[in-house]
Design a protein around this ligand. Structure first.
Ligand SMILES: [Zn+2]
Length: 54
């Protein structure tokens, strides 16, 4: 499940090492995210495409 950081609204995987207690779970990725590269964190590296996330 993706999580959104309350600090900068970046989106991360649920096992991201940067995760903080106030991150909130997202049921879906934001509409503006069109590729894994848009997510901008190394926690997404295991995923080849957005279709693999969820
Ligand atoms: Zn991350």
């Amino acid at each position: 499940m993706p999580y959104m950081s309350a600090d900068d609204f970046s989106v991360h995987d649920d096992d991201c090492t940067d995760q903080e207690s106030d991150w909130m779970p997202l049921s879906d990725l934001p509409d503006e995210v069109e590729s894994v590269e848009d997510l901008g964190c190394e926690c997404w590296e295991p995923y080849d495409s957005l279709a693999d996330i969820g």
